[in-house]
Design a protein around this ligand. Structure first.
Ligand code: AHG
Ligand code: MN
Ligand code: MN
Ligand code: MN
Length: 332
């Protein structure tokens, strides 16, 4: 059977983390604890999501976030749950969240890490019981331990991430993450309260026959993107768009496919946020032998201009991403 770090399917997340830590003799366990804190927060959010209709968390919170989006109650609840778990864990000195404009400083300026977070991805799906997710991205801070982290700690660039992953709250709840040695997927067993290794060393098929984009906006895409999509249809591709990046990305990662949220005249940088959506997912894509590009270059090489900066994104199967890159940047 496939394995990861020599551990078989069914291994608990905790044992996996321990085995991973043992590969770094100098590690003192802070990073391992941080991954555990994220898993704990996702179990708490999972419980609320599974009782959505009964928890009074459906619907709008009545506030808007820095993105100009109407916040769902669960956007804020997931935001608070992750903040609390990361604060209590003590490893994180500061957090940037989709749901808060400013950097959130924890009670632990001695923490070595900072986390960029999309607490609830695809939140418009929540009230109608369609899959949603959480996306996280972890950096080792560059500022001095004991001080309050600054934007520079978060704007180090996508290739400086030390961990990145997502939780997919779907028919089953999965935690999928990388620390730079491949991508491993864990499935939550609520009867045990444990994440168990279910998808070791995920590899994204180089070719796929599914594209994910919001068909309602295609007329606003660049002509070259529209031509690429026409060719996809001519080649028999099918379209799957769930409205949650995490869900579309996960399907494409396992089965092959391409997710795109291109820029348009009105929104040249598209919608997907660099720090807590594009960077983590781009690293996962590359770690699983896929690709993720903005218009002309790898997402991971895009310089983040601000904490909530957006980027166009084409992510998934390497051949599909290469094809759309060639289609949108014809060799002159
Ligand atoms: P979020 O719910 O975190 O704001 O992200 C939603 C994103 C992404 O998950 C999804 O693919 C996309 O927005 C859907 O946007 P459109 O409704 O504009 O297609
Ligand atoms: Mn949102
Ligand atoms: Mn999102
Ligand atoms: Mn979100």
């Amino acid at each position: 059977i496939m394995a990861a770090l020599g551990l078989p399917i069914g291994t608990t997340l905790d044992r996996f983390i321990k085995r991973q830590q043992s590969q770094y003799p100098s590690a003192v366990g802070d990073f391992s604890q941080l991954i555990r804190d994220i898993a704990l927060a996702s179990k708490i959010v999972n419980r609320e999501i599974n009782r959505a209709g009964l928890s009074g968390l459906a619907g709008m919170a009545g506030s808007t976030n820095v993105q100009g989006e109407m916040q769902q109650k669960l956007d804020l609840s997931a935001h608070i749950r992750f903040l609390r778990a990361l604060n209590n864990g003590g490893e994180v000195a500061a957090i940037v969240s989709e749901e808060e404009e400013e950097i959130i400083h924890t009670d632990h300026p001695e923490g070595k890490y900072v986390v960029a977070l999309d607490p609830l991805d695809g939140s418009s799906n929540f009230d109608t019981n369609v899959s949603v997710g959480t996306i996280f991205s972890i950096y080792r801070r560059t500022s001095m331990i004991g001080t309050a982290p600054t934007a520079a700690d978060f704007l180090q660039g996508g290739r400086r991430q030390v961990a990145a992953g997502y939780v997919l709250y779907g028919p089953s709840t999965m935690l999928v993450f990388t620390t730079g040695n491949g991508v491993n997927g864990f499935t939550y067993d609520p009867s045990l309260g444990e994440f168990m290794l279910s998808h070791p060393q995920i590899q994204c098929p180089a070719q796929g026959s599914v594209y994910s984009c919001n068909d309602g906006y295609v007329d606003a895409y660049d002509e070259s993107v529209r031509h690429y999509l026409t060719r996809c249809r001519e080649q028999g591709c099918s379209a799957r768009y769930i409205g949650a990046f995490v869900a579309d990305f996960h399907r494409n990662l396992l089965k092959g496919g391409l997710y795109m949220y291109p820029g348009t005249q009105q929104q040249p940088d598209g919608k997907i946020r660099l720090l807590y959506e594009a960077f983590p997912m781009a690293w996962l894509a590359e770690q699983a032998s896929g690709l993720a590009v903005a218009n002309t270059k790898a997402i991971l090489d895009v310089t983040p201009r601000g904490l909530h900066a957006r980027t166009p994104i084409f992510a998934g199967s390497a051949q599909m991403v290469t094809d759309v890159l060639n289609a949108t940047n014809p060799k002159n």
